[in-house]
Write a protein that binds this ligand. Sequence first.
Ligand code: 2P0
Length: 323
Amino acid sequence: MTKARAYTNIALIKYWGKRSTSAIIPYNNSISLTLDQFYTETSVTFTDQTLAQTADQFYFQNKWQAPTAKMSRVLDLIRQMAGFNRSAIIKSKNFVPTAAGLASSASAFAALAAAGSQAAGLTLTSRQLSILARHGSGSASRSILGGFVEWHAGTDDQSSYATNLLDPVPFPIAVIALVVNAAPKKVLSTVGMQHSVAHSPFYPAWVQAATASLAPMRAAIAAGDITQIGALAETNAMQMHATTLSADPPFTYFSPGTLAIWQFVQEIRTKGLSCYLTLDAGPNPKLICARQDVDQIMTQLHQVLPNLAGTVCQPGPAVQIID
Ligand code: 2P0
């Protein structure tokens, strides 16, 4: 049995659309920050039985479930590399603050790739692990690494993987994960991004704008410029969401609560507080700010939205084998 822990990540320059849906090759590079507060622990044991004799067994939060097709894809790749066809027992737990609505495929597939490959007797480099995790979920390629990470889009299976930009992170950046709605998302990201690619006339402009933002984001990270990191991330997030609003038919991940928080963020900036918002494929925003401003931001936010739950995150580590 091998157990791994992997942390979620928040994209600052986002991945939104696949050039290859089968191999999960994105249109553009993305840049993320791994977060220390949300993680998945997964253990994998390969049995003495072949897959023909026994199917893979999967337990999520201690309950039996059928393994998903994406899980089977990652496990099959591991079996292929290891040169055997034994079935696996997978036990996985998400560690996410109650009702945060933040369960993530990124941490799940990064943990599965690390635990599964090690349980199969393979010793993979972080590049190989990133490629393996990518086959479960694109964003999982980034959760193999800690701190600031860049996923290089590449052009084929072996050239699409993530590397570190900066880890450990020597400046006090914080990410406040807010919960406006803990219900499961209505349009899964895999479906939402495909819809944007196929049906938004703005999609090529998104790829161009995201690509143009990579160098400024790398420079802001290298300079430890939290305000510039936040400003670039907020612009990039809104450009991504513009591809959902501009699709035919249109859709959005924004909820009234998301917009209320975005307005709040814009307002406190006019009062001199540096705070920026980013949003993924759901209504729960994440605020980017300096650690020393967190208390002031939360105090002011609670005056506008009294019951809002928030978790303060700092840069998190790379995937680890813990057992
Ligand atoms: C990101 N998201 O860069 C973007 C921003 C959501 C919005 O990666 O289809 O679960 O499994 O590769 O990785 C979420 O999409 O999608 C995601 P698949 P994934 O973090």
